[in-house]
Every structure is written in structure tokens, then in C-alpha cells.
Design a protein around this ligand. Structure first.
Ligand code: BGC
Length: 381
């Protein structure tokens, strides 16, 4: 058992989940990732889909945005379903995806006014969310074509994803060389390792934007999913969803997920923060802080199917977004529409707007340093 899996298990035990129920219910053994054509961009660029399978988890990844197009896991009776929202064609991803399954960069979540100052110089970023910059600006990493290289290593299978963001792209300083590794382990864990280097001082905050519905994409609301988050504080926001700078206690608020709670339980409380977010769209301050190894931070469960997702990360923050802006206009591979609350995102990250919040953990990356971040997703039923 590797270190990350041990820490996931430790946390899972704390969440009342047994070893047998995590990830390895249907161990099948890995096989070489398989590549197929998914579609073609307007400029003629071919977009490929890579299929991976290991330890009972089946993953499909696109070279566009590093998108997880499908992630299938079994329920307690062994029935597989795709638990992540997406599309079955490239055109919809290009035209209207709210970051379904995508890699997010250079900066996950918002930077206020799309502006920050670094070493006395101010930078204006691409603004794409009212007055703010969201998820890297108008053409973030979710809309870039990544170079993908498959690997098999011992009992693991996976993909290396490479993208180089040029100096000044979306307003960010420095050429940023990014390598993301998606690994499916023999116990069916999906692990993401992010790495980046720069040739000028810059800010970086990478994450993954999978929309989870453990009952299956297109199956309806996630309000009955149960969630536990190892965080006693969160970062309240203003009406533009920019953190105020305060680290507020979750105790006595709808944001308290220290004990397992159904997502729908408090989501209609007339709490000012829920009004701003049109539901939950907030960053939790993880009690463990930044860690060298991924540590358990959250467990999600769909009681009906029995499927569970257990997460561990090295990051200090978790953005929990309850799918508030899904409005019934997008149609998934199942042929069904996605309505408000039909999925949730759990994005491991540094806190939003950190470049403008000196008291938040720093997102600064200098030449010679390597940005590193790891998140592990374990599945069970
Ligand atoms: C943000 C939401 C945003 C969504 C985009 C989330 O990470 O927190 O505010 O609307 O991404 O789909």
C-alpha cells in the first residue's frame, strides 16, 4: 500500500468507511491506455480520447482541456455508471462547457478584478466573470490542447499531460511549463500529480473540475448525497464571490460538514453566504493545512447506490461548488439535461484571490522552484 492510500485509509476510517469498501471491490488489473479519435476542432486539430482501466475504475480523458469525459465505477451490486458530468461530443465542450471535468489553470477560482501586484509590478489578467478573472481567464487550461503520453508503471496505468503556457498568456507573467500526471492505481484510485515551473515570478493554482454525481450523470439532484469535510473554517465571500479575507468558523452555519451531512439539509437556509453563492460555492480551509503527502480531507457518499468518493490532498483548500449555475440547458451523454444541483465539484486548491490576500497561503512561484500538488480520489461501494 503506498503512502497516499494509507493516508486515505486513515481518513476513511475516521469517516467510518472500511478498507474492503474502498476502491478495490472489482480489481481487474491495469491495461495499456487506449487512444481513439473523439472529434476535430474548427482549426482541424484532432482531439483524442484516452481510455484507462485499473482496479475497477474506468476513466476517459480528452486531449482537449485534459478533460475527464467519463469516470465509471461500480455500485454496491457491481453495476457500473459514469459518475461525472460531461458531453459526448467535442463541439459542446468547446461551445458551452462550464469546465466539465477539465484541468484548471493557471489559477483555479477567482482573482478579484483580474488584477494583482508582484515584485512591485501590476498585472491585468483576462476578465471573464463579471469584473473578475475565473479559472485562468477566457482561454484557460480547460480550453487548451494538451500533449498526452500514456504509461504503465508496475501495477499502475496512467497518462502524462503536458502544456506550455507562454509568457503573458491571459495576462500571467512567465512561461509556465505544466505536467499533470493522471494515475489509476491497482486499487482503482485516481491520483492527480501537478507540476509546474516558470522562467519569471508568477502565481499558480491548478485544480481539476470534475462534476460528481455518484448516482450517475443525468440521474438528478445530489442533495441527498452525504458529505464530510475535515475543515473547521471557510473563506466567506462578497457578492462577486471574492473572499473577504476572513477565515470564519463553520460551527453553527450551513457550512459545517465536520459531521457527515446530506448536502440538501441546510442548503436553503437564508444565510447571506448562500444567497451570494446561489447555494454552496465556497472554499473550505482544510484543518490539516498544506502537507507534503496527500491527507484525507473529504468523503462523499450516495446512500442509494452505496458509491463513495474519498479524497486526499496536499492542498490547504477545497472549493465545494453545488452546481448552482446548471440551468437545464446542457445535455449529457445520457441524453438527459443537467439542472441546478445535479452535480457537485470538490476542487482542491489554494484559496481564491490569494495573490491579493497576503494572509492566505502563497501561490507565488519563482524561477528555480517547482510547483507541486497532489490529489487522490478513492472509490468504494
Ligand atoms: C466556481 C463557480 C463557477 C464554476 C464554473 C466553480 O469552481 O466556484 O463559482 O461558477 O466553477 O462552472
Amino acid at each position: 500500500m503506498d503512502m497516499s492510500r494509507r493516508t486515505v485509509m486513515a481518513g476513511a476510517a475516521a469517516a467510518g468507511i472500511t478498507a474492503a469498501s474502498i476502491g478495490n471491490a472489482h480489481a481487474t488489473g491495469g491495461r495499456k491506455p487506449v487512444k481513439s479519435l473523439f472529434g476535430t476542432l474548427a482549426d482541424g486539430t484532432k482531439i483524442y480520447s484516452w481510455s484507462l482501466e485499473n482496479g475497477g475504475t474506468k476513466l476517459k480523458v480528452l486531449s482537449y482541456g485534459g478533460i475527464v469525459q467519463s469516470l465509471e465505477i461500480p455500485d454496491r451490486r457491481g453495476r457500473y455508471t459514469n459518475v461525472s458530468l460531461g458531453f459526448d461530443n467535442i463541439e459542446d465542450y468547446v461551445a458551452k462547457s462550464p469546465y466539465f471535468g477539465a484541468l484548471i489553470g493557471r489559477y483555479g477560482n477567482r482573482i478579484g478584478q483580474g488584477r494583482f501586484t508582484l515584485d512591485g509590478k501590476s498585472y491585468q489578467l483576462s476578465v471573464n466573470d463579471g469584473a473578475n478573472s475565473l479559472h485562468g481567464g477566457a482561454q484557460g487550461f480547460d480550453k487548451r490542447v494538451w500533449d498526452i503520453e500514456p504509461f504503465t508503471k508496475g501495477s499502475d496505468v496512467g497518462l502524462y499531460l503536458y502544456y506550455t503556457s507562454v509568457d503573458g498568456e491571459m495576462g500571467y507573467p512567465g512561461t509556465l511549463r505544466v505536467k499533470v500526471t493522471y494515475t489509476l492505481t491497482r486499487s482503482g484510485d485516481w491520483r492527480i500529480d501537478y507540476e509546474a515551473t516558470t522562467d519569471k515570478a508568477t502565481v499558480v493554482n491548478l485544480t481539476s473540475h470534475v462534476y460528481w454525481n455518484l448516482a450517475g450523470e443525468g440521474s438528478g439532484t445530489i442533495e441527498n448525497h452525504e458529505l464530510k469535510i475535515a475543515a473547521s473554517r471557510y473563506t466567506p465571500v462578497d457578492s462577486g464571490l471574492i473572499p473577504t479575507g476572513e477565515l470564519a468558523p463553520v460551527a453553527g452555519t450551513p457550512f459545517d460538514f465536520r459531521r457527515t451531512k446530506a448536502i440538501g439539509e441546510d442548503i436553503r437556509e437564508a444565510h447571506q453566504q448562500l444567497l451570494y453563492g446561489k447555494g454552496i460555492d465556497h472554499n473550505w480551509v482544510l484543518d490539516k493545512g498544506i502537507t507534503a503527502r496527500p491527507e484525507w480531507i473529504a468523503t462523499l457518499k450516495d446512500p442509494a447506490s452505496g458509491r463513495t468518493l474519498t479524497m486526499a490532498t496536499t492542498e490547504p483548500g477545497l472549493q465545494f461548488y453545488s452546481g448552482n449555475f446548471l440551468d437545464g440547458t446542457l445535455v449529457g451523454p445520457s441524453g438527459r439535461t443537467y439542472r441546478q444541483g445535479d452535480a457537485l465539484c470538490l476542487e482542491t486548491q489554494h484559496f481564491p484571490d490569494s495573490p491579493n490576500q497576503p494572509s492566505f497561503p502563497s501561490t507565488l512561484l519563482r524561477p528555480g522552484q517547482t510547483y507541486r500538488s497532489t490529489t487522490v480520489h478513492s472509490f468504494g461501494a
